[in-house]
Ligand binder design. Structure first.
Ligand code: BTN
Length: 235
């Protein structure tokens, strides 16, 4: 992994999506490391085609880089790095985060952060990689999601300096983390969980996270490997 300290940093008041901004920069020929932050997003995007609420007060950041000779079977390493980086940054604010596979970060059992990773293979074998992270910091959350979502402010009982958390995140994003470090933030292995896909939902016992990022569960006496692109976990 590499340090982001020398990346070009763009701070915007408003944008549709910081990930989309990065993509447009790449389409326009930009080829350097780029970090784009926005005070709020009008079209924040989440995983599986969902939208991501991005009101003022939250941290919305995308980090774009170009990787040469990247092994595509290793894309989970990017997710490990970003999830652990978010956890480590939240710890600097005094929080005790956990990870809900694949890339949600929770505090007190409620979602505080999500990550959208977008990769694209470019001509010449280079890979465009965008890691988009949203963290609820001081933004007010709608009452309808108060039982599933939380913010740094809600957890510590006061506003937290956004810039301080952003700096911490840019620093932790530059470190390299292992699957074992990811698993240290996972507190639900060994428990019965629900796995859902477009086609329905089933219960299973979560056993492990594979080196390839799959969720390994036990169901009806057999072991099943689950891919995060197709299924999601409900705790
Ligand atoms: C999810 O929880 O589904 C992922 C949410 C990712 C949101 C971040 S905010 C910064 C970046 N820009 C986006 O449009 N999405 C990501």
């Amino acid at each position: 992994m590499k340090s982001w300290m020398k990346a070009k940093i763009i701070n915007l008041d408003e944008v549709d999506s910081t990930n989309s901004y990065c993509k447009r920069a790449a389409d326009d020929g930009y080829r350097g490391d780029l970090i784009v932050c926005a005070a709020h997003q009008t079209g924040g995007r989440g995983t599986k085609g969902r939208s991501f609420l991005s009101d003022e007060g939250g941290l919305y950041l995308s980090a774009m880089r170009f990787l040469r000779g990247f092994d595509f079977s290793n894309t989970f390493s990017i997710m490990i790095n970003s999830c652990v980086a978010v956890c480590k940054a939240l710890e600097t604010a005094g929080l005790c985060p956990t990870i809900k596979w694949a890339n949600d970060v929770l505090v007190g059992g409620k979602k505080i952060s999500g990550t959208l990773i977008e990769n694209k293979l470019l001509a010449g074998g280079e890979m465009l990689n965008i890691v988009g992270i949203g963290i609820n910091v001081n933004n007010a959350l709608p009452p309808c999601i108060s039982d599933i979502a939380t913010s740094v402010k809600e957890q510590i009982g006061r506003s937290y300096p956004l810039e301080k958390l952003k700096r911490a995140l840019i620093k932790t994003l530059g470190c390299e983390y292992t699957v074992d470090e990811y698993k240290r933030y996972v507190d639900w292995l060994g428990r019965e969980v629900k796995i859902s896909s477009g086609g329905g939902e089933f219960s299973a016992v979560a056993k492990d996270i594979g080196e390839d990022g799959s969720l390994i569960v036990e169901r009806e006496g057999g072991t099943v490997k689950i891919n995060s692109a197709e299924m999601s976990l409900k705790l």
